[in-house]
Write a protein that binds this ligand. Structure first.
Ligand code: PHE
Length: 379
């Protein structure tokens, strides 16, 4: 199994189940591994790259090109960078193996671009944007995919900038942040209804989410806030105040380009890729087909260690991008205290119609893998 170990950026990654299962600290499956390095955000003709460039334009125009841009930082980072340096508490759920891809006990696939905040502050940057692929174990539906892209923005103020404004440093930064992001939303969407929602992040205080009203519902598009003083003082910016934001590029691109399913971003089908070109934000995607989904149910008695993320990983491992949605449709506990779950899996290709045989075979393989890997009892 030596050949199954691959090195990326000096870090050894297990490339197949055999190796992974012998190293319990590695939970990166093949289908995720194969996405590392694809860098959709660096393709000028891809919706993600087009959106990145449009956001760059906004910052270049509003801040006379002061923001330094990074879009090539390695997605393999230390636990320290991803969590400790942005003050994520030791017991925070995001650190769990159920939520984050670990390469080994000290190394992860970054789950957010905030992983680079501290090092860039230490390097002395006061205005920066970091764009990159991020990785999260999650459920399966049309807006969630285990690899997606974020852009992080950080702006540091020195005391002379807020002194004399009449506002205290924190309010000054919060006001500036909201003004900046409202401007960005208008730059991308034109006149759009938006609202601020208070929230919590370990690395900012106060923290906010920006939601925009789209297709008759409020959609969260970014998280942001005033950087925790601790992060600034640990990284050589003791007397300063700063704001930071992190936005999900897929979410925004789905809205701007009318892309109905997040899996399409990974499509190499010409009928998808040929519809987008450099500099053209918001050209509406014309679906080239609407193949019907096919639904299959699987029921089992769960074990204590069962999680929906693990199930989704197994389904994705078998069906790849043919898995469109995995949804819990029934859940009960019997008199003996055994709990049964029934999940409905939607299979659909974005590119072609699937045959009954093919789907039955997939479902058969899913059942087998669920049984073998998740320690559940099929019903
Ligand atoms: N890192 C946060 C996330 O991924 C977003 C964020 C970035 C929030 C910077 C505040 C400041 O959800």
């Amino acid at each position: 199994p030596i050949a199954a170990l691959v090195e990326v950026g000096g870090v050894k990654i297990a490339k197949d189940d055999v190796v992974r299962e012998s190293d319990p600290t590695n939970n990166v499956p093949d289908n995720i591994f194969s996405k590392i390095g694809l860098q959709l955000h660096r393709r000028d003709n891809h919706p993600i790259g087009i959106l990145k460039n449009a956001i760059y334009d906004y910052f270049d125009t509003s801040y006379s090109s002061k923001f330094v841009k990074f879009d090539d930082l390695c997605p393999i980072v230390s636990v320290q960078q991803n969590f400790d340096e942005v003050l994520v508490p030791a017991d925070h759920v995001s650190r769990s193996y159920n939520d984050t891809y670990y390469i080994n006990a000290d190394t992860v696939l970054r789950c957010h671009t905030s992983a680079h905040q501290a090092e860039l502050l230490r390097d002395g940057h006061s205005y920066f944007l970091v764009t990159g692929d991020v990785y999260r174990r999650d459920s399966i539906d049309s807006t969630h995919y285990p690899v997606f892209h974020q852009m992080e923005g950080v702006r540091v103020f020195s005391p002379d900038e807020w002194e004399g404004s009449g506002a205290d440093a924190t309010s000054y930064a919060a006001m500036d942040l909201k003004k900046c992001l409202e401007g960005l939303a208008r730059h991308l969407f034109g006149a759009v209804e938006m609202r601020w929602v208070d929230t919590y992040f370990p690395f900012t205080n106060p923290s906010f989410e920006l939601e925009i009203y789209f297709q008759e519902r409020w959609m969260e598009v970014l998280g942001c806030g005033v950087t925790e003083q601790e992060i600034l003082s640990r990284n050589g910016r003791k007397d300063c105040v700063a704001w930071a934001f992190g936005l999900g590029l897929e979410r925004l691109a789905m809205v701007l380009f009318d892309i109905p399913d997040i899996r399409l971003f990974w499509s190499t089908d010409q009928r998808f890729t040929s519809q987008f070109s450099e500099g053209k934000l918001g050209v509406k995607f014309k679906p080239f087909s609407k193949f019907p989904p096919c639904y299959k149910d699987v029921s089992f008695w769960i074990s204590d260690s069962f999680t929906e993320n693990n199930l989704c990983e197994v389904v994705r491992g078998i069906a790849g991008d043919l898995a469109e949605e995995v949804k819990l449709i029934d859940n009960f506990t019997n008199k003996k205290g055994m709990t049964s779950h029934c999940y409905r899996i939607a299979f659909r290709s974005m590119e072609r119609s699937l045959t009954d045989d093919e789907i039955n075979q997939l479902q058969w393989n899913v059942r087998e893998a669920v049984q073998n890997k998740l320690h559940v009892t099929l019903r």
